[in-house]
Each structure stands twice: as structure tokens, then as C-alpha cells.
Design a protein around this ligand. Structure first.
Ligand SMILES: N[C@@H](CCC(=O)N[C@@H](CS)C(=O)NCC(=O)O)C(=O)O
Length: 207
């Protein structure tokens, strides 16, 4: 069993990593962080760059934060699971694009929609577009399916799929058919089901 510890709160952005871990190692080395109790603030020394947030993954001596970065890391660390697109492969660029698109385009666009600003910033100064334009890009990518990269299910599906799932759950993302179908399809994976069950169990323990 690889030496992996996830600092986790159920459910939260670290649920993305819980799913990823189930895909690659069926990890049971999960250390629970109860953000509601403020435990996360007490462990800022694990990695100051984590800002006391979850997820944080410890792999041996390496400490990694940022959900999408952790998923990218795990996909590369466990290549036999074929959740990455290896360096030197033509579709690697598109794969990385989707991994970054989640946290750096979809999330801020969603936040803009959820918490409108008093003054509109200059569009060209933002690293993303308006929410509807961003969602149209994802819709278009999912038209062909069954995954973002076509036949191959990758870590990018875990990142983007989780974002859409939580977004729809919290009524921040509209329930477009292509989104609901995609989220149901990838959510039926055995690892996704195991992660969801584990997350519910951890949430109940933390309550
Ligand atoms: N940019 C980070 C954000 C992580 C994050 O905001 N985590 C939230 C949970 S969803 C958290 O730890 N909140 C607790 C707090 O800020 O005290 C990522 O994408 O992993």
C-alpha cells in the first residue's frame, strides 16, 4: 500500500481527491480533517500554501495541495490505471487544458455568477469568460462523449465532473442534459460509488 494520507472534509473539494484515490489505489489511509470544527486551521504547518484548506495529500515526504494538481499527480504516479495522457502523446495538451479549465475558468466564472460584483471588471483583464460562455464550452466538449477526451476516462473527468456535480447539487450550474447524463455516467464507476459511500460514512462520523 503506498504511503498516502488525505487531509479531507466530507463533502468538500477533497471529495474529488477521495474519488481519484479510489480509482488508483482504493486507499484506506484517509486522515479526516473536520473543517467545521476548525481542525484544518490547526494544521497549517503541514503546508502553509494550503492555507489551512483541504484537500492536502501527503505521499511519503511530498505534500501536495490543490485538488486538480493532486489528481494530475496521482494520475501520473499510477500510470497503469490509464487516467493520464502521458508526456509525448498528442492529446496531452488537451488533457492538461481540461485539468486547468476546472479551477481556473469554471470555478471563477461560477463564483462570479453566484456572487455578482458591484462593478463589472474589464473582461480582457480576467482569465475566464462569463459563466454561460464557459458552460457552453464544456457542453460542446461533452457532445461527442462519453468523456471529455472521448473514449478515455481521465483525471480531467474527475475534476470537471465533480465540479459539475457539486455545481448542480448546489443549484449553481443549470441541469443541462449533457451535464446530468455525463455526471450520472461517470458517477456510476465503481470507484466513484465507493468514494461516495466512504464520504457519506465520514460525514456521518464528523457530524
Ligand atoms: N484551491 C483549492 C481550494 C480548496 C478549498 O477551498 N477547500 C475548502 C473546502 S471545499 C476548505 O478547505 N475550506 C475550509 C476553510 O477555508 O476553512 C483547491 O482547489 O483544492
Amino acid at each position: 500500500m503506498p504511503n498516502l494520507t488525505l487531509y479531507h472534509a466530507s463533502p468538500s473539494r477533497s471529495s474529488i481527491v477521495l474519488w481519484m484515490l479510489e480509482e488508483v489505489v482504493q486507499a484506506d489511509a484517509i486522515k479526516l480533517q473536520r473543517t467545521s470544527a476548525g481542525d484544518n486551521r490547526k494544521r497549517e504547518s503541514v503546508d502553509p500554501a494550503a492555507m489551512g484548506k483541504v484537500p492536502t495529500l501527503r505521499h511519503g515526504d511530498a505534500v501536495i495541495t490543490e485538488a486538480a494538481a493532486i489528481c494530475t499527480y496521482l494520475a501520473d504516479e499510477f500510470p497503469a490505471k490509464k487516467l493520464n495522457v502521458p508526456v509525448g502523446t498528442p492529446k496531452r495538451g488537451e488533457y492538461l487544458k481540461w485539468l486547468f479549465f476546472g479551477p481556473s475558468v469554471i470555478e471563477p466564472a461560477m463564483t462570479d455568477r453566484a456572487f455578482p460584483r458591484k462593478e463589472d471588471p474589464r473582461a480582457a483583464s480576467l482569465g475566464w469568460r462569463d459563466f454561460d460562455t464557459v458552460l457552453d464550452i464544456v457542453s460542446k466538449a461533452l457532445t461527442k462523449g462519453p468523456h471529455l477526451m472521448g473514449e478515455q476516462f481521465t483525471a480531467a473527468d474527475i475534476v470537471i465532473g465533480s465540479g459539475l456535480r457539486y455545481g448542480m447539487m448546489f443549484k449553481l450550474v443549470p441541469e443541462r442534459k449533457e451535464f446530468t447524463d455525463y455526471v450520472a455516467r461517470i458517477g456510476a464507476r465503481p470507484a466513484a460509488q465507493r468514494a461516495e459511500a466512504k464520504d457519506k460514512e465520514l460525514a456521518a462520523k464528523a457530524a
